[in-house]
Design a protein around this ligand. Structure first.
Ligand SMILES: [Mg+2]
Length: 309
């Protein structure tokens, strides 16, 4: 597998494994945690089957396909690809705005016209990692800002999108050693949102696990809230603290809260750095393999690598 394939498969595995535990508190999860199989989320209305990924992976695929197309990275083109990937293969798990709007529109223009974009949640960050493929940090930052502007046109939405795209760029392009990752993301996203900068600096300096610092006072017993700044902070914490992809996947779920998004991002990023060899067999074997499943992701990663050579 190449690095892009590792990213895409890591995202899908983290997402499909993590969705079982989404919205459970970090105290509840260890009681039911089962690292031998994929399970669907017990909430009927979520409707995903075991081994199926959710919006996080689907929207990351949309961005990967946009990159592959060679089209300009405009707001409308991002939106077009979000609509297109959803329409061909409808998924649950989208946040409220997109869940209501995607079925009602037929293209990116329609989506942009209808969608409210004042959210600070993690939706722009969760799909931003394929943008790390772009050839330098300036292009990555520009594209990650545009990505956020489609759905999360806020300082926190933009900062979190840039932070996750930069982390991916760091690993995909071998920018430096793992212990400089925090500094790299911080320095380059410094001017976007002062509160995010301050928070990520504190997480980078955190010596012992501190749930009040990491999750915020209101969520200290819950886990990672569905918030762009805290999602990106938790992901950088996981990726820098744990040594291999499998421990990052496990620990990202055990943090609690928005487990599918955190596990997707953290596992995808760690997989670029460390590969997928540490995974137990079931994670790749039982990942969905329909028209946009495992084999499709492998092909997409191969095509992207060729395109970028
Ligand atoms: Mg999701």
């Amino acid at each position: 597998m190449n690095k892009i394939q590792n990213l895409l498969l890591g995202l899908a595995v983290g997402d499909a494994f993590g969705i079982r535990y989404e919205t459970m508190t970090r105290y509840e999860i260890p009681r039911v945690f089962d690292f031998t199989k994929y399970q669907r989320n017990p909430k009927e209305e979520w409707g995903n089957g075991a081994g199926e990924y959710t919006d996080d992976t689907q929207m990351s695929i949309a961005i990967a396909e946009l990159l592959l197309s060679g089209k300009l990275l405009t707001k409308e083109n991002f939106a077009d690809y979000f609509v297109k990937t959803y329409k061909r293969d409808e998924r649950n798990g989208y946040g409220k705005g997109l869940r209501i709007t995607l079925p009602e529109v037929s293209d990116g223009k329609g989506l942009i016209a209808k969608l409210k974009t004042n959210s600070i949640r993690n939706g722009a960050a969760m799909r931003a990692t394929p943008l790390g493929l772009l050839k330098n940090a300036r292009l990555v930052i520009e594209a990650a800002m545009t990505n956020a502007s489609v759905t999360h046109d806020t300082l926190k939405g933009k900062a979190s999108s840039v932070c996750m795209a930069l982390a991916s760029h760091y690993f995909l392009h071998d920018v430096g050693p793992i212990d400089k990752l925090f500094n790299y993301c911080l320095e380059l996203s410094l001017a976007i949102d002062p509160e995010s900068t301050e928070y990520w600096t504190a997480i980078g300096d955190m010596k012992e696990f501190d749930p009040v610092l990491l999750f915020g006072e209101a969520d200290k017993d819950y886990g990672v809230p569905c918030d762009g700044m805290r999602t990106a902070g938790a992901v950088l914490y996981l990726v820098t603290k744990y040594p291999d992809t499998v421990s990052v996947l496990k620990e990202s779920v055990l943090l609690g809260g928005d487990t599918d998004s955190v596990a997707a991002l953290a596992t995808g990023l760690k997989a670029i750095q460390c590969g997928l060899d540490s995974f137990p067999e079931f994670l790749l074997r039982d990942l969905e393999n329909g028209p946009c499943g495992r084999d499709y992701l492998i092909q997409l990663g191969e095509k992207l690598e060729k395109k970028l050579e």
